[in-house]
Design a protein. Structure first.
Ligand code: AMP
Ligand code: MG
Length: 439
C-alpha cells in the first residue's frame, strides 16, 4: 500500500491549482488497489460481477462436428468424382440430439437437420433447397458445383476450444458471458467480492426527502445521482445521509465510512469558500490533496485516503473522493475521475469510454486550458438522408451551468472539448460520449 510520504510525493509532481484531467486520472488510477476476496456465485447471480480468474474451457464447443443447415451430409470426395450432377442414396437421418449410428460410404448420404452430428464418413452438407429428391425420397441429385467439399459443417471446438481461455479474469460479466459459461457446463464461478462504497452529502442548506424546505434550503439530490451511478457499477452502497458543516460531525461520518467501506465519496465543501474548513479537518486524519482541476464543470476536488482511527495509518483506510457540491459537477467528476478507479478497485479491467465524432449544430464557446464536458443532445441522421449517411450531430443543451441538473436529464451525451481546444464553429466536428448504458 502507498504510504503517506509516497502520496505526498506523487501529488507534489503536479500543480494542484490547475491539474489537467489526464494527470488527475493518472494519480487516482495509481491509488486503486483491487479487492482480493473471492466469492463463489451461481451463474444467474454473476451478471455484472467481476470474474476472479480466467475460465479455461473444459470441453470443445460444439463438442462434435455438426451441420449448419438442414440438408444431406456426404463425403465431399463424391463431388470430384461425379460431374456435372451428383447422385446419392439416402441411408438414414440424423437430428439434433439423435446421431446417425452407422458409417456412410462413397455414394451414400444422410438426411441431417441443423445441429445434428455429421455422420462418420461425411464432411460436407448440401442444403436441402439445392437438391432434387427422387419420388420415394430414397435418393437425391444435385449439381456438383452447388457446394464445395467441407461446406456447411461447423467444426468441433470452433466456438470454444478445450484448454483455451474462454473468458479472462477482470471481465465484467455480460449476458453473452452467462450463456457462454452455460455452454461450457459451468454453473458456478469465482468472482471478486463487491466493492463497498460509502457516500454522504455535506451542507447546512441540504434537506433530505420528507423534510420541509425552509427558506434558503434545497433538497439533497447528489445522494440520489451517486446512488444510481454506483448501482450501475454493481458496487455495494452505504448511504450515510446529510452531514452538517461541522468538523466533529464530518470527522465522525468519515471515520465510520472508512471503517465500513473501501471508498468514501462526499459531495460539497471543497469549493474555494469551504475548502479551508474541510481541509483543516482532513489534514489531521487523512492523506488528502485538494485539487483545482483544469476541468469544467468539476473544478474543485479532494482526493486521498482517510482512516477510521482518525490518523494516517490508524485503523482501516478508505480511498476518499471529495466531489464538488454542484449536482452536474458531481456527475461529471464521477464519470471522468471516479468511475475508472471504482472499476479497477472492483478487480475489473476497464475499457476507455467510447468517444465518437459528431458535427456541432451551432458554435460553442470554449476557453483553451481546461477540459470541458458540456451536456449535449446527439442525433444520428437517417441513413442515406441528405447524403448524411448516419452521421452524428450534436447540440449543447440550453444551460451549461453546473447547478442545473435538468441539463443532464435533457442531454444524452457529454460533448468533450479537449484541454487545448478553443471555440468550435458551426458544423465543426467534436467528440461526444453517449450516456447510453452509462448514466
Ligand atoms: P459547495 O461545494 O458545498 O459549496 O456547494 C456548491 C453548490 O452545490 C451549492 O449551491 C450547494 O447548495 C449545492 N449542493 C451541494 N450539495 C448538494 C446536494 N447534495 N444536493 C443538491 N445541491 C447541492
Ligand atoms: Mg456546501
Amino acid at each position: 500500500m502507498t504510504t503517506h510520504n509516497e502520496f505526498s510525493r506523487c501529488v507534489a509532481q503536479y500543480d494542484p491549482h490547475a491539474l489537467p484531467v489526464p494527470a488527475a486520472q493518472a494519480i487516482t488510477r495509481e491509488w486503486a488497489t483491487p479487492v482480493t476476496a473471492v466469492e463463489r456465485v451461481a451463474l444467474r447471480d454473476a451478471l455484472d460481477r467481476v470474474l476472479a480468474a480466467d475460465i479455461v474451457s473444459p470441453i470443445d464447443v460444439p463438442s462434435h462436428d455438426n451441420s449448419a443447415m438442414d440438408g444431406y451430409a456426404f463425403n465431399g470426395a463424391a463431388l470430384a468424382a461425379a460431374a456435372p450432377a451428383v447422385e446419392l442414396t439416402v441411408v438414414g437421418k440424423a437430428l439434433a440430439g439423435h446421431p446417425f449410428p452407422g458409417r456412410v460410404e462413397g455414394a451414400q448420404c444422410v438426411r441431417v437437420m441443423t445441429g445434428a452430428c455429421i455422420p462418420q464418413g461425411c464432411d460436407t452438407v448440401v442444403p436441402q433447397e439445392l437438391v432434387e429428391r427422387s419420388a420415394d425420397s430414397a435418393s437425391i441429385r444435385f449439381l456438383a458445383d452447388a457446394v464445395r467439399a467441407g461446406a456447411n459443417r461447423r467444426l468441433a471446438g470452433e466456438d470454444l476450444a478445450r484448454g483455451h481461455a474462454a473468458l479472462r479474469a477482470g471481465r465484467v460479466l455480460r449476458a453473452s458471458d452467462l450463456g457462454l459459461l452455460a455452454s461450457l457446463g459451468i454453473g458456478e464461478i469465482n468472482v471478486r467480492r463487491r466493492l463497498r462504497v460509502a457516500f454522504f452529502s455535506t451542507g447546512d442548506e441540504l434537506r433530505s426527502l420528507g423534510e420541509p424546505l425552509d427558506a434558503g434550503s434545497v433538497y439533497d439530490s447528489n445522494r440520489y445521482t451517486l446512488f444510481a451511478m454506483l448501482r450501475r457499477l454493481n458496487v455495494d452502497t452505504l448511504d450515510l445521509g446529510v452531514i452538517r458543516d461541522e468538523p466533529a460531525a464530518l470527522e465522525a461520518a468519515l471515520r465510520s465510512a472508512a471503517a465500513s467501506a473501501d471508498v468514501v465519496l462526499t459531495s460539497g465543501g471543497v469549493s474555494v469558500g469551504e475548502a479551508d474548513f474541510t481541509r483543516q479537518m482532513l489534514q489531521t486524519f487523512g492523506d488528502v490533496a485538494f485539487w483545482s482541476l483544469a476541468m469544467r464543470p468539476g473544478r474543485p476536488l479532494a482526493f486521498g485516503r482517510v482512516w477510521s482511527g482518525g490518523r494516517p495509518g490508524l485503523g482501516l483506510p478508505a480511498l476518499f473522493f471529495g466531489l464538488p457540491g454542484n449536482p452536474v459537477a458531481v456527475m461529471v467528476t464521477f464519470y471522468q475521475i471516479v468511475r475508472e478507479v471504482l472499476l479497477l478497485m472492483s478487480g475489473a479491467t476497464p475499457q476507455p469510454l467510447p468517444v465518437i465524432q459528431a458535427a456541432s449544430q451551432c458554435p460553442i464557446r470554449k476557453r483553451p486550458g481546461r477540459t470541458e464536458f458540456q451536456r449535449g443532445i446527439a442525433t444520428q441522421a437517417a441513413n442515406g438522408a441528405n447524403g448524411a449517411n448516419g452521421q452524428w450531430q450534436v447540440t449543447p443543451t440550453g444551460s451549461q451551468s453546473s447547478g442545473v441538473l435538468s441539463s443532464m436529464s435533457e442531454a444524452n451525451c457529454f460533448i468533450v472539448l479537449g484541454h487545448d481546444e478553443g471555440d468550435i464553429a458551426e458544423g465543426e466536428r467534436v467528440s461526444i460520449m453517449l450516456f447510453h448504458g452509462l448514466i
